[in-house]
Design a binder for this molecule. Structure first.
Ligand code: 13P
Length: 256
């Protein structure tokens, strides 16, 4: 049975006030879910402490990025070890906004995945094609390349248990924040393809959770989550609206 995860990525949004209002509500509304979903909140790093206090262990917490180094003179960066020390469980790695606005490369993504695993946290590694790549029929090739490159260090690790802390999020760039969602069929096809790549890399592919992200809303989550290879969602905009986020968490078919 794969872990089912619904994670809210707040991106550069939120405040102490939003944390107070949203996290307590999410905690109380999702505490009794019977569909086995692990709810994760990934706020800006400054609010991790507040979110952890409000989540009271009922909701997992993550950070949106970590530096490529263990520690030292890297002003502005936070490390995977710090995220662990602060009480986080997850780290997003290689989000398309990091790749697009901060020039993050596949090699850097691989370095970060390696540091996250070394710290004992789980990495949610993001992959996804641009609109141009989809329209030119390159989507599966591009995504397969990102999966192979980003997880290269896991393949090299002597300890196969490292895969237990890997989650892959498929987020087509053209669907992020645009209101355009991949159809459930297209998302399923890509997830099946990613699982095939993982298998080919020697990973225990059937045990690795694959999340879909890109304009997931309360009205399209149920269709996406009923696909066999979609094990959860990475939610941007809708995770900032407490009722919407809770609805999305509830849309997993119970016990499936
Ligand atoms: P939206 O849900 O706002 O499209 O964002 C998706 C995303 O990038 C989550 O990481």
């Amino acid at each position: 049975m794969r872990r089912r995860i619904v994670a809210g990525n707040w991106k550069m949004n939120g405040s102490k006030d939003l944390s107070e209002k949203l996290v307590g509500y999410v905690r109380s509304e999702t505490g009794s879910l019977d569909n086995g979903v692990e709810v994760v909140i990934i706020p800006p790093a400054l609010y991790v402490g507040d979110v952890l206090r409000l989540a009271q262990d009922a909701v997992s917490v993550g950070v949106q990025n970590v530096g490529r180094w263990q520690s030292g003179a890297y002003t502005g960066e936070i490390s995977a070890e710090m995220a662990k020390d602060a009480g986080c469980r997850y780290v997003l790695v290689g989000h398309s906004e990091r790749r697009q606005f901060f020039g993050e490369t596949d090699e850097q993504v691989a370095e970060k995945v390696s540091l996250v695993l070394a710290s004992g946290l789980a990495a949610i590694m993001c992959v996804g094609e641009s609109l141009e790549e989809r329209e030119s029929g390159q989507a599966e090739t591009v995504v397969a390349g990102q999966v192979r490159a980003g997880l290269a260090s896991v393949v090299r690790a002597a300890d196969g248990r490292a895969w237990q802390n890997i989650v892959v999020a498929y987020e087509p760039v053209w669907a992020i924040g645009t209101g355009k969602t991949a159809t459930a069929d297209d998302a399923q096809a890509m997830h099946a393809s990613i699982r095939g790549v993982l298998e080919d890399m020697g990973a225990p592919a059937e045990k690795i959770s694959l999340l879909y992200g890109g304009s997931v809303k309360a009205d399209n989550a149920a269709a996406l989550f009923s696909e066999p290879d979609i094990d959860g969602g990475l939610i941007g905009g809708a995770s900032l609206v407490a009722e919407d986020f809770v609805s999305i968490c509830r849309y997993f078919p119970a016990g499936a």
